[in-house]
Design a protein around this ligand. Sequence first.
Ligand code: SF4
Length: 424
Amino acid sequence: MSAAEKLGKIVENRLGSDPDKARGWLRAGWEAENVLFHIAPHRELLPADRYLQQLMMGTMLAPLRHPEESAMVSIFVPCELLQEAELIPYSPEAFSCYLSASFCESCLIQKAEETGISDTLCSYHRTFLGAAESGLLKAPKCVVYTNVTCDANLLTFRRMAEHYGVPSFYLEVPMTVSEASVDFVEKQMRDLKSFLERTTGKTISESALCDRVARSKLSLETFRLVQQKKADKYIPTDLVTPFYSALTGNLLLGSPEEEKYVEMALGDVQRAEKKKGKHIYWMHTIPFYSDAVKEKFLFQEEAQIVGDELSQVCTADFDPENPYRAMAKRLVTNAMNGPSRRRIDNGIRNAKDAGADGVIWFNHWGCKHTLGTAEIARRRFEEAGIPALVIDGDGCDRSKEGEGQISTRIGAFLEMLDRKEGRA
Ligand code: SF4
């Protein structure tokens, strides 16, 4: 049994009788891992990705160390205002990934389902709800959420605000991408500022906010450049790094830490060796625990995951001098908002940027808009000259079967890409 599995067992055994002790064990396990990331980072990872591991671990530890300084958010909420209010944001996708890596997801999903949550709800949300309702997670300062990009948000965050009795703020984003929609959300961003000032008692400085949004713009531009420069480079990677960059690129966008990460990544890619093997662009969440996916992509020279769509959902096309409008525009024009055509076009653009030889569209169980778009997306990628594979699975709940089919189908897909290259 691995150390992570032992930790999961300890947390599970304590959870029913003493959630405070369970939280203490979970925190101790994550603190130990955090120390390891600093003193013995994975040798095969490039420096930026080692830093990214530390950054993510610190962000996930925050709600365990100082819950009263944390805010529960849905992943695409623009977080610059929260950062200015000195709140640390965390989302179900991020936190549940870490719970799953610690083998806690199964007992937490069970807890959520015992309270009436349907098993058709996305497992990131079921795990997160189980953590809250079992007492593993303490109350945050507040809850901030938006309907972008899925209806699971509306259920989870309303329920969390009620469960903890903390203030909440809902950002309603119209599906139509237009100036009128940006106007509508801009007003809400201004209201969010007032809400955060009232909730935290802190005053948000307009000039500091402008600087922060300017930093967001620069970070988005630099990250796109990193992805473009990857096209003919070999970047050794694990399965979590592309997803980590999606999490920090949303939750920490605007922070000096995210700026440091993208600058380090630019340096790494400039120094990287020439391309080896196949470049695969990943659409949606990644089942990081899957042995089948590890076998094909974990530090493999034959094929690497060069990007994840969730790390590139918005462009830098906004004016930081008007920070409320800039954040509103980012939210309205988020690639996951509106018709699926927008999401697919964004994926094609970013896959081409990173020199993708193929795309994998991951149908995460319960993610209705991803499942519903899969076949159209596969066709559109193929029409754009990028072979695409659709696979089914679960990015968080490892009890879902399917390892055999994932291994066989990815293996056949990579062979097909080899044959295609041989013919070229
Ligand atoms: S995986 Fe899909 S259903 Fe789950 S939180 Fe993300 S977008 Fe929503």
